[in-house]
Design a protein around this ligand. Structure first.
Ligand SMILES: *Cc1c(COP(=O)(O)O)cnc(C)c1O
Length: 415
């Protein structure tokens, strides 16, 4: 069937359905480097507006850091622009091996393999290391890329209720007959900003002879006293068998991901993981940028300390003002509004005040749990946060939600 008018109409109808259902995603254009202050066109083509950015994964403020940019320039000069190859043909430079070594040291593991992205790492790792004799037991809120990776793997697919350790224990008991069990979790969960109970998970893994998989994308670089991630925060460094993480968030924010962990598992990925074998190498500029990032954060905890202070200020400021936030220790701070339309109106009013934060609602979060997700950065200065807080309070007053309970907000605006 060719792309005739009937076929075209099928897509037009589907897209209209998304628009009417309020789930159509519109891009905004950022016309500046990624930072705490950016120029935005929203909608694209409209006049640029200068805003404070409260929704980037730029946790350590390294996305446009002069030293990182400089290192990337040097990478470009010394190792060129592109590799025109996958890793195992002619796409591995000395610097790719150095970066893998540095990530291994930083994460306290045995070995590391780079992928074009963490989405690709998660897409390839399960199929490469498990067979139909094994079982994967995943937290029900793991990232979409893990769900996709699990679909590609022949091991049995099971899950436990989010952070419910009793439920996980039941599942581990249920699967004692399998050759291998793999518990799968995110470190920081991106919508609620809560951390996995990794110490309890490791305990259960030891009791029930299971391996542990951790995707630490939203934690690597800043969670834990030296930023080693959830495993450091929970005191289980070196006990996680498989860690995946991204270079696309705190660690410079460009792109790239990795699998790090037991050396035999990493070797299996080198032999079998399809996104590693069949997708292009991470570009040299990114490798050099990431090396500088690791250098900066290994020498000093200044940036993650500043982020911790910023996060504390922000969480306390919102709570004192009478907002309902999701408690936690990450730099992801959801401000609960419950009603979907309210979350969109609120975000629009914030934008008018020069604050850029996004409202999330069903199906991204459960029905009746709409929110504005704010994310802190070490690039935020106190004056940014004070201005953002004042804007939140102004808009909060407009909608009369300050100091109100969840029930009162739902009574007023509906679920
Ligand atoms: C962002 C994210 C990814 C994807 O990372 P990319 O490197 O951008 O593909 C994977 N897992 C989790 C938990 C994430 O938050």
């Amino acid at each position: 069937m060719s792309f005739n008018d009937n076929v075209r109409q099928i897509y037009i109808d589907q897209l209209n359905e998304m628009k009417n259902g309020g789930i159509f995603k519109e891009e905004r254009a950022i016309c500046a480097p990624q930072d705490s202050e950016i120029d935005v066109e929203f909608p694209i083509g409209s006049e640029k507006k200068h805003v404070i950015n409260m929704c980037a994964n730029n946790y350590l403020g390294l996305s446009s850091h002069p030293e990182v940019v400089k290192a990337a320039h040097e990478g470009l000069d010394v190792r060129g622009y592109g590799m025109s190859s996958v890793r195992f043909i002619c796409g591995t430079q000395d610097i790719h091996k150095t970066l893998e070594q540095k990530l291994t040291e930083f994460l306290g593991t045995e070995d590391t393999i780079l992928f074009p992205s963490c989405m690709d790492a998660n897409g390839g790792v399960f199929e490469a290391v498990l067979t139909d004799q094994d079982v994967m037991i995943a937290d029900r809120l793991v990232h979409a890329s893990i769900i996709d990776g699990m679909r590609l793997c022949k091991a049995q697919n099971d899950s436990f209720k989010h952070s419910d350790m009793n439920h996980l224990e039941q599942k581990l008991q249920l699967h004692q007959d399998k050759r291998m069990r793999l518990i799968i979790t995110d470190g920081a969960f991106s919508m609620d900003g809560d951390l996995a109970k990794l110490d309890k998970i490791v305990e259960l893994a030891e009791k029930y002879n299971s391996m542990v998989f951790l995707d630490d994308s939203h934690s690597s670089g800043y969670i834990g006293k030296t930023g080693r991630g959830t495993q450091e925060h929970c005191g289980v460094m070196g006990k996680i068998d498989i860690i995946t993480t991204t270079l696309g968030k705190a660690l410079g924010g460009a792109s790239g991901g990795c699998v790090s962990g037991r050396k035999e598992i990493v070797e299996m990925c080198r032999q079998k993981a399809r996104p590693y074998l069949f997708s292009n190498t991470v570009a040299p500029v990114i490798v050099e940028g990431a090396l500088r990032v690791l250098d900066i954060i290994s020498k000093s905890t200044e940036r993650r300390d500043k982020l911790e202070d910023n996060t504390k200020f922000w969480r306390k400021g919102l709570t004192d003002a009478g907002f309902i936030i999701k408690e936690g220790e990450t730099a992801i701070v959801p401000v609960m509004l419950f009603n979907a339309k309210l979350s969109q109106d609120f975000a629009k009013d914030l934008y008018a005040e020069g604050i850029y934060a996004v409202g999330f609602f069903f199906p991204v979060v459960p029905k009746g749990q709409a929110r504005i997700r704010t994310q802190l950065s070490a690039a935020h200065e106190m004056h940014h946060l004070e201005k953002a807080l004042a804007a939140f309070i102004k808009v909060g007053k407009k909608y009369d939600i300050l100091g109100k309970t969840k029930q009162e907000i739902i009574d007023k605006y509906g679920m």
